[in-house]
Design a binder for this molecule. Sequence first.
Ligand SMILES: NC(=O)c1ccc[n+]([C@@H]2O[C@H](COP(=O)([O-])OP(=O)(O)OC[C@H]3O[C@@H](n4cnc5c(N)ncnc54)[C@H](O)[C@@H]3O)[C@@H](O)[C@H]2O)c1
Length: 301
Amino acid sequence: MSINFEGKVAIVTGAGNGLGRSHAMELAARGAKVVVNDFGGSVDGQQSGSNSPAEQVVEEIKALGGEAVANPASVTDVAAVQQMVNDTVERWGRIDILINNAGILRDKTFTKVSLEDFAAVVDVHLNGSIICSKAVWDQMISQNYGRIVMTTSAAGLYGNFGQSNYAAAKLGAVGLMNALRLEGRKYNVKVNTIAPMAFSRMTKDLMAPGVADSCKPELVSSAVVFLCSEDAPTGEIISAGAGAYTRVQYIEADAVYLGPETTADDVSSAWEKISDMSNAKVVTDVGASMKNVLSKLPRKK
Ligand SMILES: NC(=O)c1ccc[n+]([C@@H]2O[C@H](COP(=O)([O-])OP(=O)(O)OC[C@H]3O[C@@H](n4cnc5c(N)ncnc54)[C@H](O)[C@@H]3O)[C@@H](O)[C@H]2O)c1
């Protein structure tokens, strides 16, 4: 094993089940001391939780010779998350890795979803990622070392019927990464995102048995653990499932300049040209996006 986390401390949220459990086990197997966070609720987050799934994972890690501690905080509880972070620093002296993995689902069409169900999903996936990242941020900056992994979803990147709450929250996590990767760079704090596909209690009703067998959470953890490693890139999204891995990026079509008095009718007439992706380029920052637009303006004489 060349990727090694000896001396490193990790927090994995939602690590009592599925993907989080697998990430925590793999980090521990490679030498990290791991905080196994999980509030222990149902998939929709409604049934109140217990610490038992997290404790069970801790027992599994210890049985394999690893070091871990359970934590029952909800990622939406600012004070409890801060307490988890304080306790971790007190116990192990540092925090090197945060994997924002905790998640719930309340799928309904936008017509049927209540604002309460919308807010609950945004709260866990997006606010939870913000709260946990903020709680570890100063520690990582002061150490000049940190690795944060956000968890998005194809539903967030591309949208999915009946998942407006989840899609909004999951793309929000990508937005958070995009800003934090810039603010963390100088301090060797690298921030990346995983878009997983894995069999878990969350997806068990969605996957055909043949597909489920190949979608082992451990195969997603291989990408996540790489993103937590010394040599991780920053600001990347890896889509991972069933042993296949791909990089996800934004592309922009070559901008089309229509003049200083462009009307809606002009945009309509030019839509075919504007939407032509044949010369599209990958854009990774605001500067490149602005350049694509501003470089098309006629030069002043
Ligand atoms: N499984 C997939 O194919 C898939 C696809 C795309 C994205 N994801 C994302 O991956 C993550 C893990 O999903 P999973 O499939 O392992 O689901 P899972 O239900 O097996 O695990 C999620 C865990 O998060 C915990 N959790 C929920 N709310 C919490 C809170 N407020 N505080 C602390 N813990 C909380 C749950 O108790 C549970 O143990 C989620 O963010 C999910 O949206 C999964």
